[in-house]
Design a protein around this ligand. Structure first.
Ligand SMILES: Cc1cc2nc3c(=O)[nH]c(=O)nc-3n(C[C@H](O)[C@H](O)[C@H](O)COP(=O)(O)OP(=O)(O)OC[C@H]3O[C@@H](n4cnc5c(N)ncnc54)[C@H](O)[C@@H]3O)c2cc1C
Length: 398
């Protein structure tokens, strides 16, 4: 019998893998099992949708049924995989069991939730899927009578996603407060001066900042509002609280099936997990370290998660080569990330984790991360300098 390639998850990782696979193999049956609708959308558009006046429906670029037809996929939408049996090469869903030839885990990540006190803690939202965005969008509009002031949004987390939402919401007239234990926005990725530029640009849109503290409690207040108590004792009123404090790889299925997992599902240089015929990519994967290669025959501890689009595009290409019989080593190129804060556009190519060195400003809007040998290992560009992306990329030693 011609067993299918089964892909679990219809995010960018799942659909991109299938699209790339079909370019090389038009015939092998492919089954996509996904807990959501399977509609294709670009997740990065979730954090700049308001400026473009796009709701959840407009963000779908191709409906699931069309994707399935074009790519010759058996689509099991709204269907959760409950368990994997690596020995039998079988997955179990609510509708029954299916055997696979190869299995791709593309189950993404979960939004991290802080345990919060208060009777409205459950109303705190996160946006990491189209369904989350639909709920957020509906609440934001519902909080606002047509003639009333726009809903006040308190965002937990001034990282990349929190700042993108802050720009999108403040830029469309919503009062926005940002709360973060760090002392500056996107502090983990940016040199201090670039953070300060971003802070000034978002302040210009009316964003208010609360650094060095966290949200402790969220309680119901009068007229449907929420009273947010910070760890520093300050109280703020908001109509909506959005949590953007980070993601954790979704390893539930993999762990239950006995696959090696750390911060993500551990894969080797060919994206294979600790079990034969099971692969992983996307936000759920912990990719091999730079110094591993195909001779490293099993997954090894200590790789990194890369929850961005470009790693998925690169990983999908390497993976389908392996799945079509040409075992291929994934080597990531430099992958700069564009931060969607139009008040101050930013491009960041962070140095690999653990790289020794420091940020140096070379001219206004350009910072290079130089190691002790003065090699450029990463860069940050702001404002008009973001058009230097190609030129700066050429200088980086990976
Ligand atoms: C607001 C926002 C903005 C972003 N902006 C950028 C950006 O500008 N640039 C950039 O590079 N990156 C950006 N990212 C990150 C990027 O979007 C993600 O890295 C990428 O979309 C992850 O895709 P994925 O397929 O791995 O995961 P997901 O999109 O999370 O897909 C996971 C899929 O798995 C399914 N699933 C999970 N468990 C099961 C199960 N047991 N059974 C069946 N199905 C299951 C889910 O239903 C879903 O379909 C952004 C992320 C967010 C949240």
């Amino acid at each position: 019998m011609n067993l299918p390639l089964i892909v679990i998850g219809a995010g960018l990782a799942g659909w991109t893998t299938i699209r790339e696979f079909r370019k090389l193999d038009p015939d092998t049956p492919v089954t996509l099992i996904t807990a959501d609708s399977g509609d294709f959308y670009a997740k990065p558009t979730l954090s700049n949708a308001f400026a473009q006046q796009r709701g959840p429906t407009q963000l779908v670029t191709t409906p699931a049924a069309r994707m399935a037809e074009t790519l010759k996929v058996t689509l099991l939408a709204h269907s959760e995989v409950l368990a994997i049996d690596p020995a039998q090469r079988r997955v179990r869903t609510g509708q029954g069991e299916i055997d696979y030839r190869d299995l791709v885990l593309a189950t993404g990540a979960h939004a991290i939730r802080l345990p919060l006190a208060g009777d409205a803690a459950e109303q705190v939202l996160s946006v990491n899927s189209l369904d989350d965005f639909a709920a957020f969008h509906a609440r934001l509009l519902a909080e606002r009578a047509p003639e009333a002031a726009k809903a006040r949004v308190l965002i937990m987390g001034a990282g990349l996603i929190g700042c993108e939402f802050a720009n999108d919401l403040a830029g469309t007239g919503h009062p926005v407060e940002l709360v973060d234990p760090a002392s500056a926005p996107i502090a983990a990725l940016l040199p201090a001066q670039a953070s300060a530029e971003l802070q000034a640009a978002l302040t210009g849109l009316g964003v208010q900042w609360h650094f060095g503290t966290t949200v402790a409690a969220v309680n119901q207040a009068a007229a449907g509002a929420m009273l947010v108590t910070l760890a520093n004792g300050q109280s703020l009123e908001a109509d909506l609280v959005l949590s953007a404090i980070g993601l954790r790889a979704n390893t539930t299925l993999a762990q239950a099936a006995g696959l090696q997992c750390e911060r993500g599902v551990v894969v080797d240089a060919s994206l294979r997990t600790s079990q034969p015929h099971i692969y992983a990519l996307g936000d759920n994967a912990q990719y091999a370290g730079q110094d591993w290669n195909l001779a490293t025959s099993a997954p090894v501890s200590g790789g990194r998660t890369l929850p961005y689009v470009m790693p998925i595009m690169n990983a999908a290409k390497a993976l389908v080569a392996t799945l079509t019989g040409n075992r291929t080593e994934l080597v990531f190129p430099l992958m700069p990330v564009g931060i969607k804060t139009p008040a101050l556009p930013i491009v960041v190519a962070p140095p690999a984790p653990g790289t020794a060195g420091e940020w140096q400003s070379t001219s206004p809007g350009i910072w290079q991360f130089r190691d002790p040998d003065h090699q450029v290992r990463g860069f940050v560009l702001t404002g008009a300098q973001t058009n230097q992306r190609m030129a700066q990329s050429k200088l980086v030693v990976l």
